[in-house]
Design a protein around this ligand. Structure first.
Ligand code: SF4
Length: 58
């Protein structure tokens, strides 16, 4: 599953990067970006665990 991160909402907490590093990474602004497809379950976990609801399914 591919995701998209709302850059205005992301607070750079790192939860998604820890949960699914094959799909999320930090960018130069210290925020997360979804750069690749990840395991569906892990991406779903990241979506539900993001404290500000910044991640959605692409
Ligand atoms: S979990 Fe949410 S707020 Fe935290 S880095 Fe990922 S997208 Fe940003």
């Amino acid at each position: 599953m591919k995701a998209v991160v709302d850059q205005d909402s992301c607070i750079g907490c790192g939860v998604c990067v820890e949960a699914c590093p094959e799909a999320f990474r930090f960018n130069a602004d210290g925020k997360s970006e979804a750069y690749a497809d990840g395991d569906d379950g892990k991406v779903s976990d990241a979506i539900s665990e993001c404290p500000v609801g910044a991640i959605s399914e692409a």
